[in-house]
Design a binder for this molecule. Sequence first.
Ligand code: PEP
Length: 259
Amino acid sequence: MANKFLVVGNWKMDLSHKAALEVAGAIKKMLAGIYLDVDVVIAPSFTSLPAVATKLAKNEKVQLGAQNVHWEEGGAWTGEVSVSQLTPFARWCIVGHSERRQLVGETDEQVRAKVYVLQKHGLTPIVCVGETADERNRGETVSKITRQATAIFTQQTGVSVSRLVIAYEPIWAIGTGETPDPAEAAQTMLLIRKIAAEKLGAEAAEKIRILYGGSVNAGNAADFVSEPGVDGVLVGGASVKSAEFVNIVKAVEKIERTF
Ligand code: PEP
């Protein structure tokens, strides 16, 4: 059976607390009257999670995610946030975003540890992988994705693959307005699924939801999710504009899954 589409909004550090509540309220309102067979997740900053959770209360259409977590379950880690601090509010968590890998120096090993701790506590990791423009130009996309994906799947020791999301985000497409050809992106996503199949078996690999991310908007979302094996989108900049985000959700919802 095909996976249910998933649309994730990564709000990054783009909204004040007040604005986060307004955008969450607007999305909730706009999605209220429509039938949705798509999972929708928004990921505000840590500080806004409790209030956004309250705002969305009893709303089954929009779920909450965090943008990061620490791999340790507690201890002397000033300024960090542990998984048990997230569990009252979020069911999903982005990890290994390229901004964290590049700007904070997050390693494959740390990302793998985060996936492990999230799954241990019942949260669904949304793990980002992707190549830079230089890596793409040097023809290193396959080796980079293979390295990052292998690190994630090697860690899967008995944890649930049905609760695992991978987001293929070419770094050169993030926030730039540039996008790969959807068919080309789908090929790279197929590579991710092949690596998963090698490590975990074909049946398990099919259950992993693989998203495309990088300059997704309401005008191009359908092109990506129409490709075989693309299970949804991870949206950055366009996700903090409530009407645009809802239009992305609607565009994805319109696509009939045949694979
Ligand atoms: C992201 O940061 O995960 C992202 C996909 O950003 P954007 O949609 O703005 O390119």
